[in-house]
Design a protein around this ligand. Structure first.
Ligand code: HPA
Ligand code: ZN
Length: 335
């Protein structure tokens, strides 16, 4: 088996995927019809043609607009199950999945509807295929911290069903420190916290996410490499970075895959994990990211093994589960 085939068939964890970003045009149209929504795109092809982004904001505008077709528990369940069915084809066995409740509650969809639906889809995948999932609630950083607090309050009756908290949406001009108090509250509740930082924003935002929000992982973090002291710190502390290569190219963080900072990050000894971010919008799922990375950088089996190990190592699961999964990666990648 060549290196790519071995990598593709290895058991994997995905730690950075937004469930709203897994909404394929086909499902969006089906849900629009089911919910009698006048969807502002003429056809599936027309919608796909709109996936031509110049930066993060140009993507977010379409991503929030498409989320309007998600209305009922069944919609969220179908969305979750469709993602997990597709992820399974790439041998994903564990997924930590972001969701953006503010995108839905602002449209009058109850928090409980979103949570019940996502859990129902995940329960089917667990029962049918033994897939393991975690839900991470993301606060939208373009909104005020008060809105995040209101979202956290609405979550309290269901707090045991949310595994962690994150920070996403428009990065520039919305530094992590804007959410210092609400993240402190999340940590007091005993939850893990993560934050998108250093995707479009400067390395200083990564430093803030670590020092002010006290995150366990950095989402993206691809601009860390611009700051030597930060790079050294991330390597020393082995802070996991959830890197999403196709996303970075589609959102013009890098001109093309060969310009991506991944090789420099690996060379610096950073704990990199590979992920798909918003696979319906960015040209593919985890396997597609692996293919694109391999086409650009021709990584060896040892590096792939490290990348897959990093994901399980950085997962929010107990040590026993982690050890079992790591042994499966080792057995697959080092036969
Ligand atoms: N960055 C910030 N917010 C997001 C993203 C992203 O890549 N995807 C969905 N929300
Ligand atoms: Zn993301």
């Amino acid at each position: 088996m060549d290196v790519l085939q071995r990598a593709l068939s290895c058991p994997k964890a995905e730690l950075h995927v937004h469930i709203e970003g897994t909404l394929e045009p086909e499902l969006a149209f089906a849900l629009a019809q089911r919910n009698n929504i006048d969807f502002p795109h003429a056809s599936i092809e027309d919608l796909r043609a709109a996936y031509d982004f110049s930066d993060l904001q140009s993507f977010l505008d379409l991503y929030y607009a498409c989320a309007d077709v998600l209305r009922t528990e069944a919609d969220f369940s179908d969305l979750m199950l469709a993602y997990l069915r597709r992820a399974r084809e790439d041998n994903v066995i564990h997924a930590e999945i972001f969701f953006d409740p503010q995108t839905h509650t602002a449209r009058g969809v109850a928090f409980e509807t979103v949570l019940n639906g996502l859990e129902a889809g995940a329960a089917i995948a667990q029962a049918e295929w033994g897939m393991s999932t975690r839900l991470i609630l993301c606060f939208l950083r373009h909104l005020p911290e008060e809105d995040a607090f209101a979202t956290l309050d609405a979550t309290l009756p269901f707090i045991d069903r949310v595994h962690g908290f994150g920070l996403d949406s428009s990065e520039k001009g919305h530094p992590p420190s804007k959410f210092e108090r609400v993240f402190a509250r999340c940590r007091e509740l005993g939850k893990k916290v993560v934050a998108h930082a250093g995707e479009e924003g400067p390395p200083a935002y990564i430093v803030e996410a670590l020092d002010v929000l006290k995150v366990s992982r950095i989402d993206h973090g691809v601009r860390a490499i611009e700051d030597a002291a930060l790079t050294q710190r991330l390597a020393h502390d082995q802070i996991a970075l959830t890197v999403c290569p196709l996303s970075n190219v589609r959102l013009c963080v890098f001109k093309d895959m060969r310009q991506h900072s991944l090789p420099a990050m690996l060379a610096a000894g950073l704990r990199v994990t590979l992920n798909s971010d918003d696979p319906a919008y960015f040209g593919g799922y985890l396997g597609d990211n692996i293919r694109a990375v391999q086409a650009a950088f021709d990584l060896d089996a040892e590096t792939w093994c490290l990348l897959f190990r990093n994901s399980f190592d950085a997962a929010f699961v107990d040590d026993e589960k982690k050890a079992l999964w790591l042994s499966r990666v080792d057995a697959h990648m080092q036969p």
